[in-house]
Structure formats: structure tokens, C-alpha cells
Unconditional design. Structure first.
Length: 97
């Protein structure tokens, strides 16, 4: 386990062709393989929202992946917002409706 000082969280909103292309499931696979917590969900306006938490170095990898996404996606923009890490939220990465 990483020291708490090395843990953080972010929220990202991704726009482009990001729904109907397996983005949430690929994000789930990427995050789960790195033991990151959080979730992904489609927004009503066609964008994708992702919340992720875990060790800083792994979150950095996830941010880079979100800027590209899976092969069928087209990422036009990603807005990242850093949020405080909170142990009470810690859990497995999931897909939200």
C-alpha cells in the first residue's frame, strides 16, 4: 500500500466520440489492472465522466490513457480537476449508469 501522501484523486470529463465505443469498459479494465478506485459514467450530453483515486504515479498513467482512450474513440478534450483523496471513498473501479 502507498503512503497516504502518495494518494490522490481526480475527476475528468471527456468529450468527443466517447460513448458507444467501449470507453467505460476499457477504462474499467485499465483502472482495475492498476488497482485504482473510482468509476466511469456516460453523461446525458454525450460526454464521459471519470472519477479515479489511487497512487499518484498510476493516476498519471490513467490520465495519459484518458487523453487517447480506446481505439474506436476520438477524444477531443479532457477537463481534469484534482480532488482530495478520501479513504472513505476507496473501493474498486466500477461503471455507473
Amino acid at each position: 500500500m502507498s503512503p497516504v501522501s502518495d494518494l490522490s484523486a481526480f475527476r475528468a470529463v471527456i468529450s468527443g466520440r466517447v460513448t458507444g465505443v467501449g470507453f467505460r469498459y476499457e477504462a474499467l479494465h485499465f483502472a482495475t489492472a492498476r488497482s485504482l478506485g473510482g468509476w466511469a459514467r456516460n453523461l446525458d450530453d454525450g460526454r464521459l465522466e471519470v472519477f479515479a483515486e489511487g497512487p499518484d504515479h498510476l493516476l498519471s498513467e490513467f490520465r495519459e490513457w484518458l487523453r487517447v482512450g480506446p481505439p474506436a474513440a476520438r477524444v477531443d478534450a479532457v477537463e481534469f480537476n484534482q480532488v482530495p483523496w478520501d479513504q472513505s471513498r476507496a473501493g474498486a473501479f466500477t461503471i455507473r449508469p
